[in-house]
Design a protein around this ligand. Structure first.
Ligand code: C2E
Ligand code: CA
Ligand code: CA
Length: 550
């Protein structure tokens, strides 16, 4: 079978392909032409002579053959023209289909399929020419939020406008592709000694993109985080790299820019890759650690500063990791939140703490920290109540600490949760007060039981002339009828200053570092404050800072 001329091998009912028919048509036309040349040389003069009356009528058979010949020539020529037209049309359709397959229909940029090879081509071209090339990974910040708040139509508008702005900046030799929902990648060649031009280009791009987008009379704002990777290092040495490698590096640098606060750019550096690997190890470690029960509660004493009595403990999470040792919650809580294991982790810790606290004097309270993510769960209050019921732990002994950032999230759900917890007798404290910009009206509308002044403010009391801020926060608490706890009581000076400011609770290193369950139990045994302990002498409650500090 003949090879199809234009990429199709449709076959008709008799088994003849269209292309075969075309070849047959061409063959007939060529044969007709040869015949025409052969016969017309003798017959045509006879026909002309007969028409003009200067000769005999030509042989009928030959005349018919010439007429047939002419018909065949016309047929062949028409068929050839049709074929030519068909080929052009089909080529055009194919080019259009290819373009559609290579283009992102929304933004008109190259898409993921075609973007990679286009960048690959540019990179290898630059590499052979001794030029350099910058590959930029551009990711819109909080795009999900833009979509959720304004709808997908507005999200699309933002994408189109951003693509337009990036394209307007890009030099002609550059490549722009949309490779994910809110991810663009571009590549631009540059001379190795002109690295600062790339800095300038990216800075301008970030600035241009952050200009508000007008829509329906309102301003939409979007920013981007950008990671940049190039073929050459700053010292001029060439890194082994193809387009894919540069894309991967630009992606790592972009992730770094996100972590550093978004709306900025970073060039790839090797240590970012190590950080990322470390981060992945932490994530896996946390997941495994939750399953293996490696997270344990530590306890920090809470003291009535007027009387010096121990009134309860704040539970602070620690990760007893076989790989990393004892890890601070400041490291693992944010990651546990991001990878969505915070609720499971917190439930485990609270259950352990409830078990531990059952051995304490029943007058001692237990405070636990709750992440804003946990307050997104409308069943949170029910889950806490179930845990209390399972452990036979009185709700009045439990205090839940939430930070101001909880108030910025879905305040309706938070209010419902807080109200149900309070209805059961659980108390709610506002933690780290003063660091999270909560509005005073929010403070009034949520029924808190206590304010905890953040330790950064309390630390200022070390300098005696610096107590106005803490004083103001305490007055605010009094004005709202909220008792106050001072965190970070580190020294006798601070304790003295706080004692002069009214009746407060406090906690801090002056009374000792947070301790594990066994050490806490030992401390309580020494103070005669275990459950069922008979000692009820007021002095035995007293946490002596000099004895307990360090
Ligand atoms: P936080 O709730 O403000 O907890 C107090 C932090 O201050 C603790 O750090 C404690 O060790 C530290 N601290 C106590 N006294 C002093 C002092 O005198 N000076 C100084 N400089 N620091 C003091 P830690 O245990 O590292 O906890 C850090 C944060 O991690 C906590 O801050 C809390 O926000 C969070 N966290 C801890 N456990 C949990 C938990 O189970 N769930 C959640 N969601 N967050 C937790
Ligand atoms: Ca706390
Ligand atoms: Ca705090």
């Amino acid at each position: 079978m003949a090879t199809p001329i234009i990429g199709t091998d449709q076959t008709d009912a008799r088994g003849l392909g269209r292309a075969e028919r075309d070849i047959v048509a061409l063959g007939i036309a060529v044969a007709a032409l040869i015949l025409f040349i052969g016969t017309s040389g003798s017959v045509m003069p006879q026909i002309v002579a007969s028409w003009t009356g200067r000769g005999e009528a030509p042989d009928m058979l030959l005349t018919n053959a010439v007429v047939l010949n002419i018909a065949l020539l016309i047929f062949g020529w028409r068929r050839y023209n049709e074929l030519h037209h068909e080929v052009t049309e089909r080529r055009r359709a194919e080019a259009l289909a290819r373009e559609l397959a290579d283009t992102d229909p929304l933004t008109g940029c190259l898409n993921r399929r075609s973007g990679g090879p286009a960048i690959e081509r540019l990179v290898s071209k630059c590499a052979t020419r001794q030029d350099d090339v910058a590959v930029l990974m551009v990711d819109i910040d909080n795009f999900k939020q833009i979509n959720d708040l304004n709808g997908h139509k507005v999200g699309d508008l933002v994408l189109t406008e951003l693509a337009r702005r990036i394209r307007s900046q890009l030099p002609e030799a550059g490549v722009l592709a949309r490779i994910g929902g809110d991810e663009f990648v571009c590549a631009l060649p540059f001379m190795p000694q002109e690295r600062s031009r790339v800095d300038h280009f990216v800075a301008e791009l970030i600035e241009l993109v952050s200009q508000p987008i007008e829509h329906d009379g309102c301003h939409l704002e979007a920013t981007v985080s950008v990671g940049v990777a190039s073929l050459r290092r700053t010292d001029g040495a060439i890194v082994e790299g193809d387009g894919e490698k540069l894309l991967h590096r630009a992606d790592i640098a972009m992730y770094h820019a996100k972590k550093r606060g978004r709306n900025r750019f970073y060039w790839f550096e090797t240590q970012m890759e190590n950080e990322l690997r470390f981060r992945a190890e932490l994530e896996n470690g946390i997941r495994r650690g939750v399953a293996a029960g490696e997270f344990v509660p530590y306890y920090e004493q809470q003291i009535d500063l007027q009387t010096g009595s121990l009134v309860g403990f704040e539970m602070l999470a620690r990760w007893n990791s076989p790989q990393f040792g004892l890890v601070s919650p400041e490291v693992f809580i944010p990651i546990a939140e991001e990878i969505d294991v915070i609720s499971e982790l917190s439930d485990q810790l609270i259950r352990q703490a409830l078990t531990d606290a059952q051995t304490w004097d029943p007058r001692l309270t237990l405070s636990v920290n709750i992440s804003p993510i946990q307050l997104r769960d409308p069943w949170f209050a029910q889950r806490i109540m179930k845990m209390l019921a399972d452990h036979g732990f009185p709700p009045e002994r439990l205090e839940i600490e939430i930070t101001e950032s909880c108030l910025h999230e879905n305040i309706g759900v938070v209010r419902t949760i807080v109200t149900s917890l309070k209805n059961q007798g659980i108390r709610i404290s506002l933690d780290d007060f003063g660091t999270g910009y909560s509005s005073l009206s929010q403070l009034r509308t949520l029924p808190f039981d206590r304010l905890k002044i953040d330790r950064s403010f309390v630390a200022e009391l070390a300098d005696e002339s610096n107590n106005e801020l803490v004083q103001a926060i305490i007055s605010l608490g009094h004005g709202l009828s909220l008792p106050v706890t001072a965190e970070g009581v580190e020294s006798a000076n601070i304790l003295e200053a706080l004692r002069g400011m009214g009746h407060l609770k406090g906690q801090g290193y002056l009374y000792g570092r947070p301790e594990d369950a066994a050490a806490t139990q030992q401390r309580l045994a020494d103070l005669g404050l275990l459950a069922g302990s008979t000692a009820d002498d007021d002095r035995s409650h007293r946490a002596d800072p000099r004895r307990l500090a360090g």
